[in-house]
Design a binder for this molecule. Structure first.
Ligand code: AMP
Ligand code: FE
Ligand code: FE
Ligand code: ZN
Length: 299
């Protein structure tokens, strides 16, 4: 793999390659995302809904309509030795059966888990499974998660915002919480590689989401497996964690990426608040599956 110069300051121009839409737990459409990317003067934008590529055709269409380059991706739910890990997978072949099977299993597991969490919550709060499903915007194409439960709690007047629900009954430390059964991060790296894609660990230094972070040794073991990069420029990674991740990236020749983790009105994160530079996006594109092959597979 080509060793790239590791940028040690966050890019001020480039691509936002970590964004969620109504195809998972974002509140806005791919059309709105494309429009915001234009307004923010981005060089390009990436869609990374959880455990699905269902939003890819819509984002390609929306970006094409406004002349905004798009990067196709997915944020994959995973686990490494009991640590919840999110992996960003870019430009893999969506017709690959191993990847599709992995996503299908996770989406089914997410649905069962959301339903069981809702049943636990229903003992103490005015919430039903139908009320949660009413918050799902793309029917069966949407990957369901805690944010949809949060929205139902907000609609019932239990909390003023999604974030308040996440600080309360939906926190991972709460008695109502149930984890999502997930593939291991190593399985994700292998499957994405098999499908011709590029894998990046999302927000690996975010202490707000994980009591225990991945250790250097755990990240390096994933690098041994063929991991491509680390998302350093993300609001959840504090300065110490950014330095740690940059050190690992330079030691192991990993790509350094950034993204907003935009979820529309569901989270304060703004499109373009963190970026990946053009050279790194070019490297992701040269390692991943070609747009023509992906568009052929989506037809
Ligand atoms: P889950 O994957 O079902 O466990 O739910 C966690 C997801 O909720 C993560 O992808 C978060 O980014 C997302 N999320 C959306 N809005 C919020 C919020 N306001 N606070 C915390 N997490 C949020
Ligand atoms: Fe999310
Ligand atoms: Fe994430
Ligand atoms: Zn995300």
């Amino acid at each position: 793999m080509t060793p790239l110069r590791i940028p040690d300051v966050a890019p001020t121009a480039g691509w936002d390659i970590h964004c969620h839409t109504v195809f998972s737990d974002g509140t806005e459409t791919p059309e709105t995302l494309a429009g915001l990317a234009v307004r923010e003067g981005l060089h390009g934008v990436g869609i990374t809904d959880h455990d699905t590529w269902a939003g890819w055709p819509a984002v390609l269409h929306a970006c094409h309509a406004v002349g905004m380059p798009a990067l196709l991706g997915t944020e994959v739910t995973a686990d490494d030795g009991g640590v919840s890990v999110h992996m960003l997978a870019y430009l893999y072949d969506p017709s690959d059966p191993a990847v599709s099977g992995m996503f299908r299993r996770t989406r089914e597991a997410r649905l069962g888990r959301a339903r069981r969490m809702t049943e636990r919550l229903a003992k103490d709060f005015p919430i039903t499974w139908d009320a949660v499903l009413a918050e799902v915007r793309q029917g069966e194409s949407t990957t369901v998660g805690r944010p949809h439960i949060a929205d139902a709690l907000v609609a019932a007047g239990v909390y003023p915002t999604r974030s308040d629900a996440f600080s309360g009954a939906l926190a991972s430390s709460s008695p109502y919480y149930i984890p999502t059964p997930s593939p291991t991060a190593h399985e994700v790296v292998d499957a994405v590689k098999e499908a011709g894609g590029v894998s990046v660990i999302a927000h690996a230094g975010d202490r707000g989401r994980n009591r225990h972070l991945l250790s250097d040794a755990q990240i390096e073991a994933l690098a041994d497996d063929g991991l491509d990069g680390l998302e350093v420029w993300h609001r959840g990674n504090d300065p110490d964690q950014r330095r740690r991740l940059l050190d690992i990236a330079s030691r192991r020749g990993l790509l350094v990426t950034g993204g907003s983790d935009w979820h529309g009105s569901g989270k304060p994160n703004r499109v373009g608040e963190n970026l990946t530079n053009d050279v790194t996006v070019g490297e992701i594109m040269s390692r991943g599956v070609s747009p023509d092959r992906i568009e052929g597979a989506l037809e």
